[in-house]
Structures are given as structure tokens and as C-alpha cells.
Write a protein that binds this ligand. Sequence first.
Ligand code: PEP
Ligand code: MN
Length: 360
Amino acid sequence: MIIVMNLDAGEAAIEAVIRKIRDHGLDVNVSRGTERVVIGAIGDERKLTEEAFSTMTGVEQAIHVLKPYKIVAREWHPADSTLSVRGIPIGGNAVQVISGPCSVETQPQMDLAAEGVAAAGCRLMRGGAFKPRTSPYTFQGKGIEGLQLFRNAADKLGLPIVTELMDVRMLDTFLEYDVDVIQIGTRNMQNFDLLKAVGSVNKPVILKRGMSATISEWLMAAEYIAAGGNHDIIFCERGIRTFETAYRNVLDVTAIPVLKKETHLPVIVDPSHAGGKAWLVPSLARAAIAAGADGLLVEMHPNPCEAWCDADQALTPQELSALMDSLAAVAKAIGRTLDRGKAPRAVASNQPMAESISPK
Ligand code: PEP
Ligand code: MN
């Protein structure tokens, strides 16, 4: 940290600043110019806050020199980090697409969804068992039963599962069901207790961007997870709130290269919650990969018009497969490879589900 003194700062004020820095266990470098004195604090400046100095007599400004985040910062870890989810790489050269329904509904729905995910060549599956809904009167998710339905469906096809954790009290249950990747949703990006809790487990975490969070706040939220010992963090841009109302959120494509510059961790994009309309998803998905995203989180439902949650933005299994074909070309154009695992199988038929699919 650098502390710039006022033009008229006296020796007593300078001495007080020096003492405060030393009291925090840091060394001091005093530079006396012709007009002012500038004091440098040498050591781990994250222990110091700017306000602790800027409010002192004789101080004009206190400025941090280093980024406030450390473990997640590229300045401390220049090489890209690649995570592994049951042997599937996230980051590096591979581009991964995680797909599945917004919410876990029924076993037939999840079975068909898993078939669609695998048929398109996606290697990981998403689905929410606990849903953060704007209205308390809408479907809130199947809860623990949903984790079981998800596991049953995904295990048949060997797909690792990605699902959202909303409440610290459910963390042990998530571990019991061996959830492969824990998602922290936009509404919980700054739920610091939740971040600390997932920071203490050995499971990769997808940290979605708060809908009104700055990139710096997002990086600090990731630092909370990392500071607990869990460095397997994947950032997920999912659109931010702006004045625009023509679509659900604004996909902040600029955040992708900015984040890739600031952090060594993988960055993925959720075009579904950004656009909020299925027809927007392919364009946003391709833009994200072209801009350097390491993967996508895409909502797909075996029968979108019957989806219990976010029906407007769900792709059909066939649309997902077609999207994967076009993403492969985009990835190739920028020297990367879309990971489709084994050769894609025939697309699952869009047969109606046997069980009633209206919300219970
Ligand atoms: C989701 O992915 O299911 C979800 C609720 O997304 P977000 O937190 O981005 O709104
Ligand atoms: Mn959704």
C-alpha cells in the first residue's frame, strides 16, 4: 500500500502513519520528495485497509498496490488452471458444455434429459433440485428427492452432475449424494457463509456472477471459497441486470476476456439465463466460445413447453445437438476443441413422457 501525505503534513502525522504500518507487522519505506512525503507499506498489504490510513491526520490518499484477491489471481499463478471432474477436464484446450433441465421434475423427465445430454455429446449434466424462485408460490424444486432422481438418471449414462446449493444445511446431503460439481447461483454469490462452507469441501464449485456484481466483487467471492482451501472454482457469467428489458439479462461478453486476464481459473457462460429465450441461446453460446469461454451451461428439456421452470429458455434435445455441431466449428476456429466424449449418438426421440409432468 502507498500512503500519500498532504502537502502540509507534519512530522508527527508522518510518524503516526509509520507506527501504524509497523504495528500491522509490515516494513516501511519513506520517500521524501520536494513537495510531499509518500510512505510505502512493504509486506502483505491485504492486512491493511485503505480507510485505516485515509482517515488519519495529514493523509491525502491510501492506495492498495496489489489486487485484493490472491489465490484466484493470475498475478500469483500465471498459467491457466485446469480442473478435473471425474476425469473430464474443465479449462485448458477443451471446451465443455454442461446441459440439462432448469429443474429436476420426474424420473422420466430426467431420464430423457440425460439421454439428450449424452446424445448431443455433452459430458456433464445440470439440473436444479433446489430452486431459487422469485415467487414463494411457484415450484421450489424437488429437494432431496430431486437429488436421487438426478443421480439415477445421470448414473445410467455416466454423466457427472452439477446442481445448485442454496443452503449451508444441505451441504452434507450434497456430499452424501456425491454431487460432482456444486453450483452457487447468482442470488448467493455474496452469501459469504455459503462460500466459506463450499470452500471447505473437496468438490469443484461453479460460482455464478451476481446479477448486479462487479467483476471485482465476483473475484472476491471466489477468493472466499479459495481461502478455505478449495481452489477448484469455475466462474460462470450468466448475464447482468441493466436498463434493457427486451431480454432477461445482458450477457456480459466483455467479462470473459477480462476475467481470463484477472484469473487463472476456468470461465464458463450460461447463455440460457442471460437471454431467457431459447432462440437467443445459440447466438449467445457461440459468442461466448468465440470470446474465450472454457465452456457453457445450457438449459435443455425433453419437452420445453411442459417444463416446470424456465420453459421459455430451454432447448430441445435436437436443438442442443445442432448447437453442439456449430460450437465445434467455433471452437476449432479459435484453436480449441469442443469435448464431445465418444462420438455423438443419434439424438434421443422427443417422445412424450409417460408420467404427468405438471408441477406437484
Ligand atoms: C440455474 O442455473 O438454475 C439458475 C437458477 O441460475 P442463476 O443463479 O444464474 O439465476
Ligand atoms: Mn433456469
